[in-house]
Design a protein around this ligand. Sequence first.
Ligand code: COA
Length: 150
Amino acid sequence: MVIISDATEEDLGEIYRIELESFDNPYPLSLLKAYLYLASVYVVAKENGQVVGYAIGIIQHRVRGHVVSIATAQGYRKKGIGSALLRSLEEAYKQRGCTYSYLEVRVDNEEAIRFYRKNGYLVTYTRKNYYGRGKHAFVMVKPLINKNLE
Ligand SMILES: CC(C)(COP(=O)(O)OP(=O)(O)OC[C@H]1O[C@@H](n2cnc3c(N)ncnc32)[C@H](O)[C@@H]1OP(=O)(O)O)[C@@H](O)C(=O)NCCC(=O)NCCS
């Protein structure tokens, strides 16, 4: 069974391992640690006590949630863990009054684009050179239905 909980310093080593195997340009451990204090939401997915995924979100201007980073450990993908992590961010955004969630994704990261689409995100525009020269990003957005506003 996979359990989602708030990330702690003790999880950082395993989060970093997932980061290294998931991204060409991984965040340094120091940044992953700094987000423990800077992020609005920082969650891990654990199976039998082992970290198998993580997600970081920041609420901006009280209206929108930014998905800063999300990754599932190789070997645990396509089991719904990423979606559960994303839902945790979105729930936190909604509880704090956000009306939408958004993120940047590399235009050639087809796996992630499919994952976000499946979770209700739509490509809205392209940010040229977002990840460096010639490395463009799609900005994907999902409106959040806020129960407080219904
Ligand atoms: C993107 C990522 C977080 C998805 O995590 P996950 O735990 O595999 O996601 P889920 O199991 O919840 O996938 C949900 C849906 O996304 C889509 N999806 C996910 N991985 C996919 C793949 N490799 N190929 C095609 N579709 C995929 C599928 O529609 C899937 O639903 P299905 O299993 O019912 O077909 C994971 O692939 C990952 O860590 N990638 C490397 C890091 C990364 O690129 N992060 C995003 C940066 S913007």
